[in-house]
Design a protein around this ligand. Structure first.
Ligand SMILES: O=P(O)(O)OC[C@H]1O[C@H](O)[C@H](O)[C@@H](O)[C@@H]1O
Length: 535
């Protein structure tokens, strides 16, 4: 089927996307789908009826319906780690039982959500205090999946933020925690340590530093710390008692964990009701993903468009461009979600994967990116498929003129990428400005835009908690569909281990252990530089 798609791609070579609209007046509608207010427009791509048909046939060829059912039913689809991938159970608010290895996990999920609500309400109301009175600031310490989700969502839902100030510390670079704690009062700051394993070196180092800071400054770490982990004993050893620890099961992967206790800081910021709205958005996307036919299914169409661009067209990267400042952390969040899930070279059965798997995902909010890297998007030698995100309205009614400009810019960019500017148009423009002769020719060449550059646009009414839930669940399922079609396991991450292991053995070398014999030349020279110039 990849060969068939490659042949369709070759046939489409040289075809202008713009012409597809001239041939089919209904193209925009026929190549857009909408579910519960979220609309995906993939009409500004080379995908036509034949390509779509072959792409959707991939879903049946790879038994997507059965894999999807297995995921939602709690089967051990993470085969390398013998685990279920059941983040959907965390937002299964009105659904029935979900059974993992003979046990319905829903009572445990509901009990945990209830504890989170009680805890968040107590922090927000001032019922839970620090030594110096009500909690003014919450510092969340975590990294990767224990940081990116809540950090991204706290910014996204800023208009709903009515709890204490939230701060996120992730990097082991002491600059991160030093800059964060500098402005805080140890007597009214709450520290939450988020770590699924409670062993991650960055998180544990920051947690110890925060504990020392609090104790030195008159706060009480025994009272002002909480933990989110599935290693309760380790949290206890650190000094956080079970009543202030929130557990989650191993069937929730780190990068899929925002829906459960890892979302607690978000719940503290926006309140339990708003958090539940976020869960409802995720659940609505689950319902859509499970019910809609392939050709009307948002995660499936996003996945198929992505595979078309990366696997068939061979474009190595994809730009995520939220025209929504509050989604500024979405590209970083998606880098973990997509690249940690599908950046693999070995198939589920252990055989090598032929061809490209997950593309490199990168991006920045618009309009800022326009004044930075959009030059390359329009005129560079690599084609970068772009994913625009835009809300029909913002949260600032008195600044509606800003939003009008934001939307106009977003729509203009996807239009310009598609249509470009021909040499004739560039010459006419230069001539209208008084240019002539050889200089006009030379100048005009710099002002040509090849166009025919694909993009998709995801639009939604407003970035509400419900819509954010829809968007995040949409991307999760997109990753799952891509993984199934590529035949890889999207739920393990062995690729992060080797560097961690090597860091452990390099620590003593940096401390002065002279057994540098095993080091490669470059690493030995870098160690020598640090020793010469370090403290
Ligand atoms: O939550 P933790 O156990 O501290 O793990 C934090 C992160 O570190 C690991 O290296 C993984 O790459 C991530 O998937 C994980 O989210």
């Amino acid at each position: 089927m990849w060969r068939e798609l490659k042949a369709l791609h070759d046939q489409a070579q040289g075809r202008r996307i713009g012409e597809l609209f001239e041939k089919d007046r209904n193209r925009a509608d026929r190549f857009s789908i909408e579910a519960d207010g979220v609309r995906l427009d993939y009409s500004k791509t080379q995908i036509d009826d034949g390509i779509r048909k072959t792409l959707t046939a991939l879903c049946d060829r790879r038994d997507l319906a059965a894999r999807r059912a297995a995921m939602f039913a709690g089967a051990l689809i993470n085969e390398t780690e013998h685990r279920a991938a059941l983040h959907s159970a965390l937002r299964n608010l009105d659904g029935g039982p979900v059974v993992v290895e003979g046990v319905d996990v829903m009572p445990q999920v509901r009990a945990c959500l209830g504890r989170m609500q009680t805890f968040a309400a107590a922090v927000r109301s001032g019922a839970l205090t620090g030594c110096g009175g009500p909690v003014t600031d919450v510092v969340n310490i975590g990294i990767g999946g224990s940081d990116l989700g809540p950090a991204m969502a706290t910014l996204a839902l800023a208009p709903y933020h009515d709890g204490p100030r939230l701060h996120y510390v992730s990097n082991v670079d002491g600059a991160h925690i030093a800059d964060t704690l500098k402005a805080l009062d140890p007597k009214t700051t709450w520290v939450n340590v988020s770590s699924k394993t409670f062993t991650t070196v960055e998180t544990m180092t920051n947690a110890h530093t925060a504990r020392d800071w609090m104790a030195r400054g008159g706060g009480d770490p025994a009272r002002q710390f909480s933990a989110i982990t599935n290693a309760m004993e380790r949290a206890g050893d650190f000094g956080i008692p079970p009543e202030r620890a929130f557990g989650f099961a191993d069937w929730v992967g780190g990068r899929y964990s925002i829906w459960g206790p890892i979302g607690l800081p978000l719940m503290i910021a926006v309140g339990p009701e708003t958090f539940i709205e976020f869960l409802r958005g995720g659940q609505a996307m689950d319902d859509h993903f499970r019910a809609a036919p392939w050709g009307e299914n948002l995660p499936v169409l996003m996945a198929l468009t992505g595979l078309w661009h990366s696997r068939v067209c061979g474009y190595p990267t994809r730009a995520v461009l939220p025209y929504d400042q509050r989604l500024a952390r979405l590209p970083a969040y998606l880098q973990q979600l997509e690249m940690e899930s599908n950046g693999k070279s070995v198939a589920m059965d252990g055989s090598p994967v032929m061809g490209r798997t997950g593309p490199i995902v990168w991006g920045e909010p618009g309009t800022n990116g326009q004044h930075a890297f959009f030059q390359l998007l329009h005129q560079g030698t690599d084609v970068v498929p772009c994913e625009f995100l835009i809300a029909a309205r913002g949260h600032e009614p008195d600044l509606a003129h800003h939003h009008r400009l934001l939307i106009a810019s977003c729509l203009a960019q996807s239009k310009a990428l598609m249509l470009g500017r021909s040499p004739e148009q560039a010459r006419a423009k230069m001539a209208a400005q008084g240019g002539e002769g050889a200089e006009l020719d030379r100048q005009a060449r710099h002002r040509v835009f090849a166009g025919n550059r694909p993009s998709v646009t995801l639009s939604y009414p407003q970035l509400t908690p419900f819509v954010l839930g829809q968007i995040i669940a949409l991307y999760e399922h997109r990753v799952f569909v891509e993984g199934v079609i590529l035949g890889i396991n999207s739920f393990d991450q062995f690729g992060v281990e080797l560097g961690k292991e090597m860091a452990t053995s390099l620590g003593p070398v940096l401390d002065g252990d002279d057994s540098t014999g095993g080091l490669d030349g470059s690493t030995a020279a870098l160690v020598a530089f640090v020793r010469r110039n370090g403290a």
